[in-house]
Design a binder for this molecule. Structure first.
Ligand code: MN
Length: 201
């Protein structure tokens, strides 16, 4: 069973003006599609074809680099599309808000730490909010690595992530990664992040 490019739950222009339609379309149909295609090519004829993308990530050190790069790319982008949406943003509520306040003190302090992780990830990579030993932690990874991977510096289950590769923002924001990170708060689907937290626990 080959991996497939997931359909978006919203239109490419649904996240405007925060993330532009052209960036969304290229990101989904070209970048994510390439990760899926290259992952399928890399695992063709191997036992990994029978595994979920999560199972592959958790044992990624056993696989060659194309599986790590493209498997990570597939997992990361699949999550990324889901934790964004139109008419989103604002602040989390309920159990998620409590967990954030417990871990970081305030939502504002969490935002500061997450934005800092996104801004200081040198080159290409991701910043994350993860569940680690039952607690929320901010981390970041290079390239298409993620915190599920056994090679990650900080391991855990991601519930929110931001792509800080230039392809995620360059058309609209050029070199202004901090502006893109600021805009990201307006498109976060906190209901999905809350569901991810429940699933991670
Ligand atoms: Mn990307």
């Amino acid at each position: 069973m080959a991996f497939e490019l997931p359909k978006l739950a919203y239109a490419y222009n649904a996240l405007e003006p925060h993330i532009d339609a052209r960036t969304m379309e290229i990101h989904h149909t070209k970048h994510h599609q390439a990760y899926v295609t290259n992952l399928n090519n890399a695992i063709a004829g191997t036992d990994a074809e029978k595994l979920s993308i999560e199972e592959i990530c958790k044992n990624i050190s056993k696989y060659p680099m194309p599986v790590r790069n493209n498997g990570g790319g597939h997992y990361n982008h699949s999550m990324f599309w889901n934790i964004m949406g139109p008419n989103a943003g604002g602040e989390p509520t309920g159990e998620l808000a409590t967990a954030i306040n417990t871990a970081f003190g305030t939502f504002a302090e969490f935002k500061t730490q997450f934005a800092n992780a996104a801004a200081t990830r040198f080159g290409s990579g991701w910043a994350w909010l993860i569940v680690k030993d039952g607690k929320l932690v901010v981390s970041s990874t290079p390239n298409q690595d993620n915190p599920l991977m056994d090679v990650a510096e900080v391991k855990g289950t991601p519930i929110l992530g931001i792509d800080v590769w230039e392809h995620a923002y360059y058309l609209h924001y050029q070199n202004r990664r901090p502006d893109y990170v600021s805009a990201f708060w307006s498109v976060i689907n906190w209901n999905q992040v809350a569901a991810n937290l429940k699933a991670a626990k």
